[in-house]
Design a protein around this ligand. Sequence first.
Ligand SMILES: [Zn+2]
Length: 173
Amino acid sequence: MQPGVAMNRILAQLIKLAISFCVGLFIGTAMMIHYESNSFKPWSWDSPPIIANCYGDDFNELYVVRAVDYWVVRDENISFIVNDPPQSVCEKDFLDGFIIFKKGIMPNDSTLAYTKRKVRMGSLRAATVYFSPGSFKLELLIEHELGHALGYQHLEKEGHIMHPEWGKMGTDF
Ligand SMILES: [Zn+2]
């Protein structure tokens, strides 16, 4: 066999490998998206997260405790609440093991708050909830966002805590 032929075979093998990797990645990503959009709770935490309240002084601890209680009686686990976290925690977008509450700029006028989640190897690693100024005072909004941080998606059922519209949220779960 000539060296050139051997090189071509190796190249052909490498191309095949690269193609199957890309197809695998594509199928994997498509399956993840399908799973996330078809499951009410696609993700969970491996160990109970810590809540760091980085919003500021006016976001009273009692608001956080109330929202945590809502989920604790529904079998979710929270480690503990940190009310005055150090700057090293609050300056981060994500911190593994933490749900961070922050004041944030909303993507549009109709958004009151939103939650970003970091998922690795099928588990929740970190979540950050952004509130528009004062929106934490709206009834059930913290409970709703904490629901996202714990892995829940929306459910269009009137009176349900995970209803996407604030006006139609209720305490049902
Ligand atoms: Zn929501």
